[in-house]
Ligand binder design. Structure first.
Ligand code: OAD
Length: 240
């Protein structure tokens, strides 16, 4: 169990801080996590649906899953964890927030230097001309078609087996190469490449703190694990 007073002191003194978040940070807003008890949809795991192969096989099925997730996000607000990270950014000279979440809640809360590793559920991309558009139609007509070239649109999300966007990854590695402190909150720590970010930060000597309800594969690598809810622990790290 981490020592909160010591973590707060390190955070106050760190010039450069990188935070990595996962689905657990949105859980208290009411967004289901992927590996929690609500992780399956019609018996499909995310790994069965969030892939280019699943989309090629049955684009409507994949879009139905995203429609369900988009519908669930309606009326959902950022929680105390998102807000604490906005405040942490305000107090830190060099702050980067890397999220695996596609729900857009960090951006809505007001985080500025935000790297959405897996994309954003409110953006769509043409599978042919590759143009990217914002789209908040809920439900979206499925399958949706590109207004420019008429080809099928897909969610602008990085799926299993796909490369992360190069510009995002470059910014991630730059922040991991200079952070003095890293906070990893609400992620199971098993999906690559995010799972390797902790080791990278450790390699350059950053102090790494994990916040989670339970121990994860990251727990053996980080300097300390604080067991608790992100919406309670994170605000506690930035109060004076
Ligand atoms: P997971 O669902 O795998 O893990 C959520 C983690 O959050 C678990 O370790 C929980 O213990 C923890 N947790 C739950 N509620 C919490 C709370 N209130 N406070 C703190 N921790 C809490 O989600 P991710 O690690 O984000 O990718 O999953 C990574 C990726 O796998 C996702 O981005 C998604 C998924 O399949 C794609 O869809 C490409």
């Amino acid at each position: 169990m981490g020592d909160i007073t010591e973590v707060k002191k390190r955070l106050r003194e760190a010039r450069s801080v990188t935070v990595l978040t996962g689905a657990g940070v949105s859980a208290e807003s009411g967004v289901p996590t992927f590996r929690g008890k609500d992780g399956l949809w019609r018996n499909y795991a995310p790994e069965d649906l969030a892939t280019p192969e699943a989309f090629a096989r049955d684009p409507s099925l994949v879009w139905e899953w995203y429609n369900m997730r988009r519908e669930k996000l309606l009326g959902i607000e950022p929680n105390a964890a998102h807000m604490a990270l906005v405040e942490m950014e305000r107090k830190t000279e060099d702050f980067t927030l890397i999220t695996q979440n596609v729900d857009g809640l960090h951006g809505r809360a007001g985080s500025g230097n935000l790297l959405e590793l897996h994309g954003n559920i409110w953006k769509v991309r043409c599978t042919r001309c590759r143009s990217i558009e914002d789209n908040d139609d809920v439900p979206i007509d499925i399958p949706p078609y590109c207004a420019t070239c008429g080809c099928i649109l897909r969610p602008h999300i990085v799926w299993f087996g796909e490369m992360l966007h190069e510009d995002v990854l470059e910014a991630v590695y730059a922040s991991l190469g200079r952070c003095e402190m890293m906070i990893v909150a609400g992620t199971s720590g098993i999906i690559q490449p995010a799972a390797s970010f902790v080791a990278m930060a450790k390699r350059i000597g950053a102090h790494v703190v994990e916040i989670n309800l339970e121990e994860t594969p990251n727990s053996g690598v980080v300097d300390e694990t604080i067991l608790g809810k992100a919406g309670e622990v994170l605000p506690g790290l930035i109060d004076d």
